[in-house]
Design a protein around this ligand. Sequence first.
Ligand SMILES: Nc1ncnc2c1ncn2[C@@H]1O[C@H](COP(=O)(O)OP(=O)(O)O)[C@@H](O)[C@H]1O
Ligand SMILES: [Mg+2]
Length: 611
Amino acid sequence: MTNSTTASKQSTAAPTTARELKKGSLATLRGLTPFLLPYKRQFVMAAIALVVAACATLAIPAAFKQMIDLGFGGNGAKSIKHVDLVFLALFAVATVLALATAARFYTVSWLGERVTADIRSAVYKHVVTQSPEFFETTQTGEVLSRITTDTTLIQAVVGTSISMALRNVLLFLGGLVMLFVTSPKLSAIIIGLLILTVLPIVMFGRRVRKLSRDSQDRIADASAMAGEILNAMPTVQAFTHEHIESSRFGGSVEGAFQTAMRRIRARALLTMIAIVLVFGTIVFVLWLGAHAVLSGDMTGGDLGQFILYASIVAGAIGALSEVMGEAQRAAGATERLLELMSVKSSIQSPAAPLALPPRAANGAALSLHDVTFSYPSRPETSALGHLSLEIKPGETVAVVGPSGAGKTTLFQLFLRFYDPQSGSIKLDGVDITQLDLHTLRDAIGIVPQDTVIFSADAMENIRYGRAGASDEEVIQAAKLAAAHEFIERLPQGYKSFLGERGVRLSGGQRQRIAIARALLKNPPLLLLDEATSALDAESERLVQKALEAAMVGRTTVIIAHRLATVQRADRIIVMEDGKIVETGTHSSLVALGGIYANLAALQFHNVHVEH
Ligand SMILES: Nc1ncnc2c1ncn2[C@@H]1O[C@H](COP(=O)(O)OP(=O)(O)O)[C@@H](O)[C@H]1O
Ligand SMILES: [Mg+2]
């Protein structure tokens, strides 16, 4: 148990350092194999298209040579016929090249998109099963950027780089062989010169690419900043920070511009140098070749063929160096994704889960035995200490206590979002670690302290409680939760869009949506975390009635601040500093004269003031 917690912590912390590396060893790309294996057929097809296209490319210079030597250097009618034939052959080669290239592009791009989609889904599927601990140590923004940016890098590699690499290796080797076949002496010279010219260009090119990545990062920074500010516009304007914010953004954009200019200057220089060097080499070798032709050492066709092969070889070297850089970045991305995939949630369903025994008609039984717990992020302070509690089926237990006492933590443990360091929690007599997570959580309905409203209409937001519920059942639950009236009054009633880009609900309205959700789920154990805290007096009366109706026939644990709610409970538990300090009914606790009596006195006093 403790082992698995530390293990998962290490693996969630590691990616942050890997991120800074940016580049990874190419060997990590092998980690992609499980995602590539299902598509063997497509890989074979791509490989065939690739080889055919490379052969066609390599055949073109040879056809040129024929054309030049026999077409221009030959004699009379015979050569005219030959020219026709060679041109026809050249066109046929071009057609084969076109077909093979299109086929390669299609299959390889398909593979890239397919594999990326698979990886995205796999990562997401893995992430959504993680326990809250994972989300405390990993930022959601980080996960999102893995799913989008890192997978895009992999897409580039699978979708183009692999085929580019293979194609250029073929072209390089084939071109080299053909060069030496054409003219060994010139070949030796041109290879030497190409190494001298291409290498500096490649190295400089890398720097330019790094600069372009920098400028992309700057743009991303600026837009992240703008996003945050735009979401907080009312606050910005209330503090009259408009000018400060726009000059901050302006500065960020200016930074991006400066980075872009550095890249553009470097690029301009690179272009100039590349053209001068490459053309210089070609002109020089052509000059040597021209002399060779003049002295009869080689034919004009040989020279033409030679120049074409030389440009193929040079192009292949340039392309390969580019591909290497990309592959390394993708290897880094793969590493980060694989790390994410290897994080194991510390909360897992057992391999052989137990079934729940037949349940009492009036709800579930819940018991805690000597539970001690501290949050993984704060191991030194215990949120709950040696806590024992027995809740009978159908009982309503109110939990009261000052903020930070550990009330919400108790609910988190019931739902098994965390496991306690010691002690056990049992649902209907079965240790909850022995239950399938879904069995446990299906038995629990929770109205949390902060309600999450999804970007969907009101109907769907309530239906989140039970995916298969009919519209009538949803409306019934909304009526019980005193949410029906206000939903009906929304612009499109139950079809009104809620959430970020829809209708904004008040705190009390959100709570009633949450209550409707829990009622729709109809669980044997209901957990209410200050479910009525955000309600005004009128809707609280309505919701209170609804909750009382809902508590019938089930076990309820209710965290509450208001005495009106607490007084009706069968039993009241007073918590402080993660411990149960008092237990009893309202009257017995008032008679005790402890913490609860104090709280009660304060509240009754307030009630008098309000009236
Ligand atoms: N996710 C968390 N990580 C670390 N500490 C937490 C976390 N949630 C709550 N705590 C701490 O645990 C203690 C109990 O919190 P909580 O159960 O939310 O209190 P209550 O609901 O009674 O107000 C508090 O000291 C709080 O700061
Ligand atoms: Mg709380």
